[in-house]
Design a protein around this ligand. Sequence first.
Ligand SMILES: *Cc1c(COP(=O)(O)O)cnc(C)c1O
Length: 370
Amino acid sequence: MPRPIAVRIHPDAIRHNLQIAKRSAQGARVWAVVKANAYGHGIERIYCALAAADGIALLDLDEAVRVRELGWTGPILLLEGVFDAADVATAVAHRLTVTVHGDDQLALLAAANTTRPIDIQLKMNSGMNRLGYRPDAYRAAWERARAVPTIGEIGLMTHFANADDGAIDWQLDRFDAATQDIPGERSLSNSAAVLWHPRAHRDWVRPGTILYGASPTGAARHIESVGLRAAMTFTSRIIGVQTLAPQETVGYGRTYEVEQPMRIGVVACGYADGYPRHAPTGTPIMVDGVRTRVVGRVSMDMLTVDLTPCPAANIGSTVELWGEHIKVDEVAEPSGTIGYELLCAVARRVPVTIDTLTPQTREERESVAA
Ligand SMILES: *Cc1c(COP(=O)(O)O)cnc(C)c1O
């Protein structure tokens, strides 16, 4: 019998969250961001939920080809563009839209052997200082791109450094000043800007994390009122129970010492499954539908929980590590990370099942249209 650990993926939740993103950025078209294998959910598993997207954005060429082969006929955007001439050939063959963040990429596209022009997103570095042309160099880059016969439509793109903590105007103003007389569709907003910065919505938005039900800030409380649904449920079971006397400790390093007699549940899940080793005592977890807490150090294949709030729990009791009730951000935040990282890092050894996409009910359609 395999270990009782499992991940369940809910395409319905992604379809629902995509509608929330669309409603939030009404009038803008949506690039559904599915990089990192759909933030760990599996592109093939969630593809059926993306029908309402206008385009699909990702990083890896092989993921782009997989999306095309799944039957997606709309635009597919490579968020870091191409790396060599072979990539250009693949981009041409699969009609990919490519980000251009520097002259090396312009040269690769100029050398492309194609009669069908390649659409690009010309990226501005408006302050993130990772990729893109600086504002003062942007217009000249746009002129150079426009002169390349193998380049088709040119979209104007930038990416925010801190849309999750409120401030985007410093970047937005630079972007607007440097692009004011340049035609073309604009794309600026990640999830945080989709939810909280309507000024940045423009022609296309690029939500990622909210599609999966995680918070752009890394804190579950910030999206409480948004109505997102968790797209992944990570579960396991109790495989052992210990009753400890005062002063006894649990796990490596003896970091947790009980004060009163306590039943401790041993859960079949550890950091080798993708649960964060840094989760401290107190991290929320659910046993038999009751919220309780992790105690002691997370080990490779097991972690331990306080069974005080659920005295009936025993070997075989179900555990939700994160999902509908325990938000992934509630685990991430005390562990010093964000939901993004946890979702992407579930280990290969964890078996995955997928809910089938249910037909959308009239109420669902109406609730998101409202
Ligand atoms: C990852 C990414 C996004 C999506 O970001 P979220 O915070 O997950 O919404 C959007 N644009 C670019 C360029 C990205 O790399």
